[in-house]
Ligand binder design. Sequence first.
Ligand code: ZN
Length: 285
Amino acid sequence: MSAPIAYDRAVRLSPLVRRITQNNPGLFTGPGTNTHLVGANAVFILDPGEDRDDGHFERIVEAVGDSRVAAVIPSHGHPDHWPLAPRLARHFGAPVRFFGEHSGFNVDQPLGDGEILEAGGVRLETLYTPGHTRDHLSFLLVQEHALFPGDLVMGWSTSIIAPPEGDLTQYLASLERVRAIPDLEILYPAHGEAIVTPYDRIDALSAHRKERTRQALEALGYGPSRIGPLVERIYADVDPVLHPAAAQSLLAHLLALEAAGSIERDNGGEAGPWDDVVWRCRKPT
Ligand SMILES: [Zn+2]
């Protein structure tokens, strides 16, 4: 079920799911990072959060209580998701599991696409869902028709896709992949409240990206341009505080359009600051 965000306690969302939200609200974290405990006698800790205050750590320890921790699992390598992982793993004697490796922490057991995590009667299916980052995983709790999409789908905003780590083509493919899961009833994102209309939300996000791509192409139809003026035009409806982030997302769109052969770099494509690259539509041959 959906329930309001609370910082001071674990919020029960279903028989197998509890959420502890870290008090780290911000532009990119929304109300804060959601740590999810999945299971009962044995639990998986998803997205442990930042290691910046003892409060979050203690609330997790308290919520786990006498249960066994089967694994501590950051959904991806962004710094609002993983830093508390080593400390929790040490405390509970549990492994840190993650897609591949990470320069900031030790991965005890790498976790790959399709792997099934089982403990205490709970079964989580691992899905590799890159796009927001290259190392992004989502988790399906089949028993409850629930998906933990990490930062792939968020409750409060669209996801940031910042190249080179972020990739729009991969992001859209990942959205399509989770869209194809049958009988989804709820999404528990790593930021914001639970989403009780999963397919509508996924469709809205994918439509939003396609519209931005269309707008980028339309704007370049007026002539070649650097990214700055394109952001001003396309993100006119967005708070200017978010324009640097919007520029990152727009770059993801431009790179996807370039990969598709629709646009090219006016100045020959040499490497340089992205702000200096002039983009133009490719003339039909
Ligand atoms: Zn992230």
